[in-house]
Write a protein that binds this ligand. Sequence first.
Ligand code: HEM
Length: 423
Amino acid sequence: MAIYAFDILWQPAWGNLSAGHLFAGVTAIYIAYLSFGRRKKVNSLYNEPPMVPYKWPFFGHAFEFEECGVRFLDQCREKYGSTFNIYMFGQTTTVIGTDLAAEALKASDSQLSVHDAANDEIHEHPDIVTMMRAIPDDIAASIVAYEMFPIKWLARLMLPNTAAIDRHYQTIEKLIVPEIHRRRRASTRNDNVHPVDVLQFLINFCDKSGKSYTLNELPGKLMYFIHTLTENVSFSALHFLYDVAGRPEIRARLYREQQKVVAKHGTAFTIEALSDMQYMDACMRETLRMHVHALGTVRKARRMHTFSNGLSVPAGRRCMLHTQATNFNPEVYDSPSEYMPDRHLGKPGVHSTAIGPAYLIFGLGRHACPGRYYATAQMKMFVAWLLRRYDLTTRSGGRPENKTQNGLYSPVEEPIVFTLRHT
Ligand code: HEM
């Protein structure tokens, strides 16, 4: 059947031309336009950050980024300064460096908009949202590339990891949309009792002007919530577990702290017990500082925006923060690549949720993550619970290296060995 459809595509329809020829031609012209046409115009008009040279039309830096995004961005920073432009899939992205990161995050939404960025953003796209839920490995392999790809349908054709997305989304839609209809029908009955869950919260949600989410928006919004609540937290918790399991002296110190906390507060995870886990909190902050994606938070320029150092970006430009460079700033952190929780201990106001220009894991400014208190408490409880019951180590005994894909840190694969404590 598929072969039959393919044959039809290439059968002459207009003289010698087939639908397939026409499609290939239009795509090629569009790609050429994206590759050569737009690039020159943009760079000559503004005092733009330097463009990192590339040799592949349209694909630009995609291959270098795919090979090792973390290394690629570090090399760009060394050569072109902290803020620079990269080019992938016909689109320029400004990578905002350490010196401008706080400024970018604090800029008003009318200048650098989080909402406009979110309109194209991967977690807002229902297909991608579903992918995040169903196949977390694919996120690491495709999120940044998809984010930068200007034509989403072409991205799905060309990026293998995003190709499965449509199928997943259809499945989710089949499950969620009928449930929304069912609940809306039920809500007209007098005896109806609303379920207390995230879906109901989203169905009832209204913004300040009284507008609620449309039926088309709801599945995507739900998936965003699920993603935020699970993927972000599980990603960081996994790194935390490896950081603890792979470092015997840190593990032993954390266990001693747990023994003291249990002796004082009992086994319940009360707010008082959690706030007495100060070494745990310092470890958590160190994990969050170090295991951050190379490219983080996204903004889109609503109009031409000029930074305090004179560099400017044109309206419509996608800007992404070089979060990792900021969190590893050697002017702020001695030996930034070393896992040193003690660097945070005993400093007033420095704890895992305290955001600042050198700690961007939760963003900064008015859009900083409101879920960070919940997320860190959840991760602390998770690791404390495990430590109280098990001694954990990695198979090699050390902290395994992270894998990087597309500038994202994907989970390491070395097993963690759990040994039940008998005390
Ligand atoms: C380790 C886990 C988490 C990390 C690393 C994280 C990271 C972030 C970051 C960097 C932002 C800022 C985005 C921007 O400026 O564009 C953000 C925003 C946000 N986060 Fe989180 N987050 C986490 C967990 C959570 C949880 C558990 C929730 C919900 C309970 C949550 C809810 C939100 C919301 C609603 C926003 C949007 C705030 C706004 O735009 O005003 N996050 N998060």
